[in-house]
Design a binder for this molecule. Structure first.
Ligand code: ADP
Ligand code: MG
Ligand code: MG
Length: 252
C-alpha cells in the first residue's frame, strides 16, 4: 500500500528526515517509535503534504500512485488520513458538518454518488455505535472545548466515518491518559481491516500493550535504525533508545 524510498526532507533548510525506507502493506499495523525530536511527527507531516517541509530526495507511493506529486487535499482524498498530535479547533463548524463535507468530497473524487441525507444518518449511527461515540459530541463545534479524551474519541469517529486507506496516528505521550489509551486502542482494533493500514506514531510502549502491531520501527535522528516485532517495543521500554546509536541502520 505505502512505499517510502530513501525519503529526505528539510525544514527551514535543516535536514530532518535523512533517508527513510518503509513498506506498509494493506492489513498491517506499524508502530513508529523513537525519542523526542527524532522526526516522527515530521514524517507524518511529509506524508500528509504539509507545506513547511521540503522533500529533497526520495519517493513515496500509495498503491502505485506518486504521493509527492499530490497536493495535501488530493492525498486525503486518495485515503491518507493524519490524526494530528494536537487536533485543531474549528469554531462554528460542527463535527457532523465537517464529516458530511469531507465525505462528499471523497465520494465525488472517486466518482461515487453523494449519500442521501437518510444514508448519511444511517452511516453516522452505525459508526457511532461501532466506536462508542456519544451522539452529543457529533453536533458540537469541531474540537471546540473538547477534553483530551473527547478529542481522541472524535479522531477515531472521523476515521470510522471516512474510512481512509492509510491511517496515520501521531500520539503524543503526555496527552494519553489511561482512558484516552483505551479509546484509541479500542478504535484502532475495531477499524483495522484487510483493506486498510495503520501507522501509529508513539514513543510510548504502553499503547502497544493494547494494539498489537505487525511491525515496530525505531526512528532515530531522521532514519529508521531498527525494525522488528512487538518484542522490540518491550526492549525499548527496558533499554531506552541510546543503545541504538551504535547500531548499523537496518532498512526494512
Ligand atoms: P518527534 O515527533 O520525533 O518528536 P519532530 O518531527 O517533531 O520529532 O522533530 C524533528 C526535528 O525537527 C527536531 O529537531 C525539531 O526541533 C525539528 N523541527 C520540527 N518542527 C520544526 C519547525 N517548524 N522548525 C524548525 N525545526 C523543526
Ligand atoms: Mg516531539
Ligand atoms: Mg512528535
Amino acid at each position: 500500500m505505502l512505499t517510502i524510498k530513501n525519503l529526505h526532507a528539510n525544514i527551514d533548510g535543516k535536514e530532518i528526515l535523512k533517508g527513510i525506507d518503509l513498506q506498509v502493506n494493506a492489513g498491517e499495523v506499524h508502530a513508529i517509535m523513537g525519542p523526542n525530536g527524532s522526526g516522527k511527527s515530521s514524517l507524518a507531516s511529509v506524508l500528509a503534504g504539509r507545506e513547511n517541509y521540503e522533500v529533497t530526495e526520495g519517493e513515496v507511493w500509495l498503491d502505485g500512485k506518486n504521493v509527492l506529486d499530490m497536493k495535501p487535499e488530493e492525498r486525503a482524498r486518495e485515503g491518507i488520513f493524519l490524526a494530528f498530535q494536537y487536533p485543531v479547533e474549528i469554531p462554528g463548524v460542527s463535527n457532523i458538518n465537517f464529516l458530511k463535507t469531507a465525505l462528499s468530497e471523497i465520494r465525488e473524487y472517486h466518482n461515487l454518488p453523494p449519500l442521501t441525507a437518510k444514508e448519511f444518518l444511517k452511516l453516522t449511527k452505525e459508526k457511532q455505535q461501532l466506536v462508542e461515540f456519544d451522539a452529543k459530541l457529533a453536533n458540537r463545534s469541531l474540537n471546540e472545548g473538547f477534553s483530551g479524551g473527547e478529542k481522541k474519541r472524535n479522531e477515531i469517529f472521523q476515521l470510522a466515518m471516512l474510512e481512509p486507506k492509510l491511517n496515520i496516528l501521531d500520539e503524543t505521550d503526555s496527552g494519553l491518559d489511561i482512558d484516552a489509551l483505551r479509546i484509541v486502542s479500542n478504535g484502532v482494533n475495531k477499524l483495522r481491516a484487510a483493506n486498510n493500514a495503520f501507522v501509529l506514531i508513539t514513543h510510548y510502549q504502553r499503547l502497544l500493550e493494547y494494539i498489537v502491531p505487525d511491525v515496530v520501527h525505531v526512528l532515530y535522528d531522521g532514519k529508521i535504525v531498527k525494525s522488528g516485532t512487538k518484542e522490540l517495543a518491550l526492549e525499548l521500554e527496558e533499554r531506552g533508545y541510546d543503545w541504538l546509536k551504535e547500531e548499523t541502520p537496518v532498512h526494512a
